[in-house]
Design a protein around this ligand. Structure first.
Ligand code: SF4
Ligand code: SF4
Length: 285
């Protein structure tokens, strides 16, 4: 726990809880649909219905438009919530809701429990570092291939989508598909470099980052408070260096790991235009 910060004031605690709730919703949903015929929530993170409100993932929505070459109004309306969220807060779907991030965190925690080498693995250094802009190539390639083959690719291979879809397959048809291996590969990549897929290869993450380039919720670095310990750099799962003021970069996904780790409160969430420091990030001492 960060020094001087009470347990319940840790933003990352709320992030872990929120990720857990989102994961449970997506994984439990096929069971409640199938066994109890409760259909208030339907689908998964590619297209999730809560009552009459349908939320559509912006990348899958965009790919559907590109392949159909027409606008489907319910799909457009469904994209409004995630797009507005990304405009205001950046890539928070990835860090606060995505089932892949939940599974990655869970893997980290479990590995951390292994005697002797578990702790080393938990705070491992990245073995491979690619240029951060690799993620833009991933987005462009994804869209180009989608247009060339005329099929919305990410509907098929989206790792966060697969978590819900494979659960649904298992519940409804008693088997999973070969695509489930994609989720496994993404988790194994984490052992090479933390959040390797999310950092460099996720086209949905790239699209959300692009939408959130001018986001309001950012992490402000205060050089006057910084003592140069670089704990924040070592905690950042995205390979960003908050200690040199990179926390407002387009690649930051607002996970708050650096905010909670900083011993001097040099990093805080702010609402950019207003300059408001969000109260939950202030320390007790
Ligand atoms: S953890 Fe805080 S004090 Fe340490 S380098 Fe980062 S911003 Fe500076
Ligand atoms: S800079 Fe901080 S908030 Fe942004 S990704 Fe890194 S640890 Fe998370």
């Amino acid at each position: 726990m960060a020094r001087g910060k009470s347990f319940f004031k840790r933003i990352t605690l709320w992030r872990y809880l929120f990720l857990t709730v989102c994961f449970i919703v997506v994984v439990a949903n096929p069971f409640t649909n199938y066994y109890w015929n409760i259909n208030f929530i339907q689908g998964w993170f590619q297209s999730l219905g809560v009552g009459n409100l349908w939320v559509v993932s912006p990348l899958e929505g965009l790919e559907s438009i590109l392949t159909a070459k027409s606008f489907y109004m319910p799909s457009l309306v469904g994209m409004v919530v995630p797009v507005v969220l990304a405009l205001l807060m950046g890539r928070v779907f990835c860090s606060w809701m995505c089932p892949i991030e939940f599974l990655s965190l869970l893997t980290d925690k479990v590995l951390g429990l292994v005697p002797k080498w578990g702790r080393k693995l938990k705070y491992r250094k990245d073995l491979v570092r690619l240029a951060k802009y690799t993620i833009w190539f991933s987005l462009v390639s994804e869209l180009l291939i989608t247009m060339i083959i005329g099929y919305p690719m990410f509907v098929w291979w989206s790792p966060p989508g697969l978590v819900g879809r494979e659960t649904m397959f298992y519940v409804f048809y008693k088997h999973i598909t070969v695509e489930a291996v994609i989720v496994l590969v993404v988790l194994v990549l984490n052992l090479i470099t933390r959040r390797m897929f999310c950092r460099y290869f996720c086209p949905l993450g790239a699209l959300l980052a692009l939408i959130g380039k001018k986001r309001q919720l950012v992490i402000k670095y205060d050089a006057n408070r910084c003592v140069g310990c670089k704990v924040c750099d070592s905690r950042c799962p995205m390979g960003i260096l908050p200690s040199i003021g990179e926390s407002q970069s387009i690649y930051c996904w607002n996970c708050a790991e650096c905010v909670d780790a900083c011993p001097t409160s040099a990093l805080n969430f702010v609402w950019r235009d207003k300059g408001i420091i969000l109260p939950t990030t202030q320390r007790l001492n």
